[in-house]
Structure formats: C-alpha cells, structure tokens
Design a binder for this molecule. Structure first.
Ligand SMILES: Cc1cc2nc3c(=O)[nH]c(=O)nc-3n(C[C@H](O)[C@H](O)[C@H](O)COP(=O)(O)OP(=O)(O)OC[C@H]3O[C@@H](n4cnc5c(N)ncnc54)[C@H](O)[C@@H]3O)c2cc1C
Length: 667
C-alpha cells in the first residue's frame, strides 16, 4: 500500500488556488493549437470543459453516447446550483460554503479542493448569466436564492425546477460555438470503450460508433473523463437510464485508482417504487423541502389503515402526525442533509409507519406552505385572510410558480393531485460521491488522464449537499481543468500528433473487439436486464441505505456467482454492425458487475459510518452515523490488480487544518 500525494498547494487555505495558478506551467497560444484533447462526455462537466479548452485554443474531440449533448443526464437536474454570493445578506461567504460542504460530507473530503470550489462558485453564476441562463429573479431583478439541505443560508440559484436543463443549454451554446468554429469535433452516439496507454500516459481511446457498430481509434495528448456517475449499479435509481460506469471503469482497469466507491447518496425525496416491474425512479427535487413538511402517522393503527387504503392523510388530525425531522432536528428541520433525512425516513418506515401499500413511503405535505403564502398574498392584495378557500388558492398559485413542473410530474406518475393530497416520497439511489481518484489538478493516477464532474471522487466526501453537483461539474469544466491541464501539457508541445497505427492501439482495439464478439456469439438465454435487476437487488438489500459486515460479505459472494452466470447465460439479439442497444447495455452491465463487488468490498473495509455510508454496527445511541477518525480519515483508493484478483487499497490521508473535526450534528 502506498500513500497518495494529492499535490495540494502549501499555504493558507484562501490563497492555495491563486498561488497554484501563478506557479503552474502555461502553454502559449501558438502551441495550444498543436495539442489535442479528448473529452469523454458532454454533460455539464464535459461540455463546459470542452468549450473552455477550445476557447483557449486547444484542439478538442468530444464524445457522447447520446444523439446530442443536450440529452446528457445533467439535463435532469431540477433544484439548483449553489454559490456563495451572499445575495440574501444572510451571512454567507466562501468559508461558510466550504465549511458546510466539509461538514455535510462528514469530514471525508479534501479541504484544498473544497475551498477552491467555494471560491470559484460565484464566477460560475456570472458565467452562466452571461450565457443567458434564465435564473429565477426576485421582484427587484436580482437573482433569487433558495435553501437546500445541510445549510442555514439561502445560496441556491435556480431556474424553476429545470436548473440542469437551463445550465446545459448554456454550456451547449458555448460548446456549439466551438463546434461551429471547428475547434471542437463532436462525436455524438459514440461510446468510449477503452483508454489507450502509451509509455505510461493516456494517449487515446477506442470508441464505438453506436449507429454503425464500427470501432474507431482516436488519439490525443490528454484524455478527460466527464462521464457521470454510476448510481445505476443499483438498477433502480434517479439517474438517466443510460448513465453507466464504463468509461471510468475501463480507465480504472488501465491504472486509474477508484476512490470511495461505496460513498453513494440515497436521496430522501423520490417517488416511491410501485412494484417489481419498474425500471426507473423519479426524483422530487430537494428544493421541495423548503416548503414541504415531512411526516408519517404517529399511531401505528393509523399507518396500517393508510397502508390498506382505508384512511386518507387529509383525515389524520394534526396532533396525530409525526413531523419526525422537525422533532429530531429542530435547528435544520426538514432541511437536514440527504443522508440524515433518508435514514430517518427508513427508520420510521421500518418501524411500521410507512404510508403506502408497500409501507415504504412518507408524506411531503405543502398544506402549511399554501396557508403561509396564501395569507401573505391575501394581505398584500387586501383580501380576507380568514377565507380558507381563498387563502389556499392564493398559496397554491405561489407554490405552482416555484415548483409547478415538479407537481405536474408527480401527478402524471402517481395519478394523485399533490395540491389536494400530500405527496408520497421515499429514499432512492441518486448520486455517487465515489469515483475516479484525482489529485488537486484533477489528474488521475494515470498521467494525462483527467476526471471531472460526477465521474471523479473529488469534493463531496461521504455525502454531497444538494445543489453542489452542478457547482462542482461546472467549476471543474469552466474554472479548474482549463488551468491545471496546461501544467501537464506544457511538456507536450513538441510531441506532435499521436499516431494510432501502433501496437498499443492494435492491442487495445483487439481487447474491445474480443468482448463484443463474445457477447454477440454467446448462446445464452437471459436478457441483460434480467442480470442487471438481480445485481440491483443485491446492492439495494445488502449494500444500500444500511449495511453490515455479514450482509456485505454475502453480497460479495452473491455478486461473484451472478457475474459468472451473466457471462455464461447472456443473450444478445442482433449483430454488432448495427445499432444494438442490448449489446451496449451488456457491455455496461459487465462493468457494473465488477464495480458492484469493489463497492461492497469498500463498504466492508470502512468500519465506521460516515455520511451516506451507514454501517449498522457503527452508530450513536440516537441512530446517527458514528465516524472513526482515528482509523478511517482517508479516501480509500483502489488499484485494479486483474480479473479475480483482490484490488489493492491505497490511502489518501485527509488532513484537516482549517476545520475542527466534530461529530456532525444538525440539532
Ligand atoms: C434527477 C436528478 C436531479 C438532480 N438535481 C440536481 C440539482 O438540482 N443540483 C445539483 O447540483 N445536482 C443535481 N443532480 C446531480 C447532477 O445532475 C449530476 O451530478 C450532474 O449533472 C452530472 O454531470 P456530469 O457532467 O458529471 O455527468 P452527466 O450529465 O451524467 O454526463 C455524462 C456524459 O458522459 C457521456 N458518457 C458517459 N460514458 C461515456 C462513454 N463511455 N463514452 C462516451 N460518452 C460517455 C454521456 O453521453 C454524457 O454526455 C441531480 C441528479 C438527478 C439524477
């Protein structure tokens, strides 16, 4: 085991980034034109990086498996993006955003990176406004803010419930400008299936044209992975159906360490599962917790009646409702961080208080908000504040303006009107804090291979705060990578174009070809989804919201058996010379099968609870996550050692010089 050097600059926290930018190597504009960079992914992290790098003068090739960058999973982001602008004058600052993120991540992230993230957060908003992103505004014209979990200020910028979509349109415009100028060559419907390493450096990729099936070789002086998160290892998640781990996993198998794979976020406000035949879960944005109150029936008898469809939530008296987050966490109430809210919902449902037929749901109720806003509106317009129907109507209009698209989405899926009856929600897999390990420059353990956005492990520790993923992806792409990559590329100005007719490209392409041929020729009987569902069930039952050593050991063995069955019995219809979604899925699920095992191993190795990683053996008497800073104050970075070989653990020790390590409390 080696200790990893994250290359964090020395010096005071607030000066590290500036000092680093002043110290690192630069590439002069004429030389940038000689350098090619491959960017995998054109979601927010990739599109912002590709556009910025091209704007700076580099030649960029960008890849996405969708038919347009606009279809990246980033488009799904609803609630907002954080920035420490202090527009609300509520005491926000770079330090507070830094501190909230470190605490929210349960002291398992790197101070230097997190401070830099806070420091550049304001510039992201300025950049996006300049691109025309239509952030919500207040009456006076200033940008509006709302609150997300784990913080006591309002710093979340938003565009209705479609923030990701609007930000992506901004990044896509910047990218399109460069495509138009010929500075970025965009490869839509292309999937990267391996990284090519030449003399220890990342020098290219093998990609498959998903329409023709043809394998292609692409070379570059550096490769950037912005390929998103791996929550779909659970089969059911709030991620887009196509989100997968393949790019990151292939890089891992070529030498990039994978950090903290078990750090996964289970989001508390998703539409509950309706049965066993579902293939997708839907998020109800955390922003709803600004105005919705979460509760379950206090009495078990009431809960049972609700479960049997004999009692409606609106028939349960106020005194018989348990607003359990407000009860347990009076300071943060419904805005506790996601991991805390999710576990609290599970605890109530496990105790029998769930509110749908499966017993796995709690209420998110807006009645109080209708009344609060309605009274205010009635007051403003000189109407009768005691007219209940009028007040409710006025209040509903305000809620509709804030979250109308989310309410509509809920009604379409559940077929219940959330203006009339409380929404039902339950935790679901949502985001992966773990990912490819990167140093302060966002470089992986493979020279020339970078990772940004959700694909890297970077800034969120053991739990990401809401509205911080968009901030991180765009910080990486617009403001960090464009500087740090130059430090590496400065040595490449005389390298010239990287040839693709070399043994390294031959061998890597053959490796990909062999896997495709295997799937196409295997005479199995079961579909990819059959295996993916089984994997997801093991992951959810034994590696999900609560984990214990025994379950994790079982999961590791069960995944091994399942993986063998998968390879033996998989059936792929069609051929590899045409569009073949089943083949695409098979290649992705093959990687999920390997990741799932490492994921469980990582969770087993970490004998503590922290953030979203909850080991039942390690909890406080009140059921909160109990960290072990003496033994686990590190990022667990796994090195791939080969098929059926145990991965090797390396540690990046986390030093907390600027915050005091405390047991997290939101009370
Ligand atoms: C429903 C939902 C709501 C959310 N809401 C918020 C929110 O309000 N605020 C917030 O901060 N965060 C939110 N998040 C999280 C946030 O949306 C994501 O973390 C973020 O958008 C990820 O961006 P990305 O660019 O890293 O990856 P993605 O947007 O997932 O993009 C990945 C890109 O990589 C490409 N790709 C992947 N693999 C390959 C390959 N092998 N070859 C070629 N291309 C490949 C894809 O085509 C795509 O272009 C939300 C997440 C979900 C699921």
């Amino acid at each position: 085991m080696t200790k990893l050097d994250a290359k964090i600059p020395e010096g005071p926290l607030a000066q590290k980034w500036t000092k680093h930018k002043n110290d690192i190597n630069l590439v002069n504009p004429a030389n940038k034109r000689l350098i090619e960079i491959i960017v995998i992914g054109t979601g927010l992290a990739g599109a912002s990086a590709a556009a910025s790098l091209a704007e700076m003068g580099y030649k960029v090739k960008a890849f996405a498996y969708q038919d347009s960058p606009r279809r990246a999973h980033s488009i799904a982001a609803q609630g907002g993006i954080n920035a420490a602008k202090n527009y609300q004058n509520d005491g926000d600052s770079d330090y507070r955003l830094f501190y909230d993120t470190i605490k929210g991540g349960d002291y398992r992230s790197r101070e230097g990176n997190v401070y830099r993230l806070a420091e550049v957060s304001g510039s992201i908003i300025d950049q996006c406004v300049a691109q025309g992103v239509p952030f919500a505004r207040e009456y006076g014209g200033l940008l509006d803010n709302r609150s997300f979990g784990g913080v006591l200020v309002s710093r979340t910028f938003y565009a209705s419930g479609q923030t990701g979509q609007q930000l992506l349109l901004g990044a896509y415009s910047a990218l399109s400008r460069q495509i138009g100028k010929g500075k970025v060559v965009m490869y839509n419907r292309h999937e990267m299936l391996d990284v090519v390493i030449v003399d220890g450096k990342a020098r290219g990729i093998i990609a498959r044209d998903l329409v023709t099936g043809k394998l292609e070789r692409h070379s570059g002086h550096a490769v950037v992975l912005a390929s998103g998160g791996y929550g779909n290892v659970f089969f059911l998640s709030t991620n887009a159906m196509g989100s997968n781990v393949t790019a990151a996993w292939k890089a891992h198998k070529r030498g990039a360490y994978f950090a903290n794979p078990c750090f996964t976020q289970i989001h508390p406000t998703c539409i509950p599962r309706s049965g066993d035949h579902q293939s997708k879960l839907t998020l109800m944005s955390e922003s709803l917790r600004n105005d919705g109150r979460i509760w379950v029936p206090k009495k078990l008898a009431d809960a049972q009646m609700v479960q049997q469809g004999k009692l409606k939530p609106t028939e349960i008296a106020e005194a018989d409702r348990d607003y359990y987050l407000e009860r347990r966490y009076p300071a943060f109430g419904n805005l506790v961080p996601r991991d805390v809210a999710s576990r609290a919902a599970k605890e109530r449902c496990d105790a029998g208080h769930g509110v749908n037929a499966t017993g796995e749901a709690v209420y998110l109720d807006f009645t109080a908000a209708f009344e609060r806003y309605g009274k205010e509106q009635a007051h403003i317009h000189g109407q009768d504040e005691n007219d209940k129907a009028l007040v409710t109507k006025l209040g509903q209009e305000i809620i509709k303006a804030k979250y109308g698209n989310l309410f509509q989405m809920y009604e379409k899926i559940v077929d219940e009107n959330p203006y009339e009856t409380p929404m039902m929600i339950y935790p679901a897999v949502h985001y992966t804090m773990g990912g490819i390990w990167v140093d302060y420059n966002l470089m992986t353990t493979v020279p020339g291979l970078y990772a940004t956005g959700e694909a890297n492990f970077s800034d969120h520790g053991a739990n990401r705060l809401g509205a911080s993923a968009l901030m991180q992806g765009l910080a990486d792409g617009y403001f960090v990578l464009p500087y740090t990559i130059g430090d590496y590329l400065a040595d490449d100005i005389r390298t010239g174009a990287i040839p693709t007719d070399t043994p390294e490209f031959d061998k890597t392409e053959q490796h990909v070809r062999d896997q495709i041929d295997y799937f196409i020729n295997n005479k199995g009987t079961k579909s990819v989804d059959h295996f993916h569902k089984l994997l997801g069930k093991i992951m959810w039952d034994k590696v999900g919201m609560a984990r214990n050593a025994e379950g994790l050991k079982e999961a590791i063995e069960e995944i091994k058996v399942l993986r063998d069955e998968f390879w033996k019995d998989i059936f792929i219809p069609g051929s590899d010379t045409q569009m073949n979604p089943e083949l695409e899925k098979a290649m992705r699920v093959a990687d999920f099968m390997e990741l799932g095992e490492l994921f469980a191993m990582d969770a087993l190795n970490r004998n503590e609870s922290c953030g979203g990683h909850f080991r039942e053996e390690y909890q406080t008497p009140e059921g909160e996550a109990l960290r072990d800073d003496e033994h686990y104050k590190y990022a667990a970075c796994w090195e791939y050692k080969g098929r059926d070989k145990q991965s090797e653990l390396h540690k990046e020790e986390l030093n907390f010089e600027f915050v005091e390590l405390k047991q997290r409390s939101y009370k």
